[in-house]
Write a protein that binds this ligand. Structure first.
Ligand code: ZN
Length: 87
């Protein structure tokens, strides 16, 4: 499944008079008639879980960078303090 919802377009099928809208991922009929829906309920749940996991990974990376910067700042200040004491 594409991870970019913005890249998806509604899939419309014109087998009968009303046409149908298909899921971008599993191609099941979401609605009879032509709608702007992109994913069926099940694929929407999967998609939201993927997005949540991706967001968690980004958050974890940001947290690690922040922790490293804080640790470096504390280390630099401690070293600066120790150098002041030596003088
Ligand atoms: Zn689906």
């Amino acid at each position: 499944m594409s991870t970019k919802l913005n890249d998806m377009k509604p899939i419309h099928k014109f087998n009968n008079g009303n046409g149908a809208t298909l899921c971008n991922s599993c191609h099941v009929i979401i609605e009879t008639g032509l709608t702007d829906d992109l994913l069926c309920y099940a694929c929407n749940v999967d998609y939201n879980r993927l997005m949540f996991e991706a967001a968690e990974e980004v958050l974890q990376a940001v947290k690690e960078i922040a922790e490293e910067r804080i640790a470096n700042t504390i280390k630099q200040r401690a070293e600066g303090y120790m150098n002041l004491k030596k003088k």
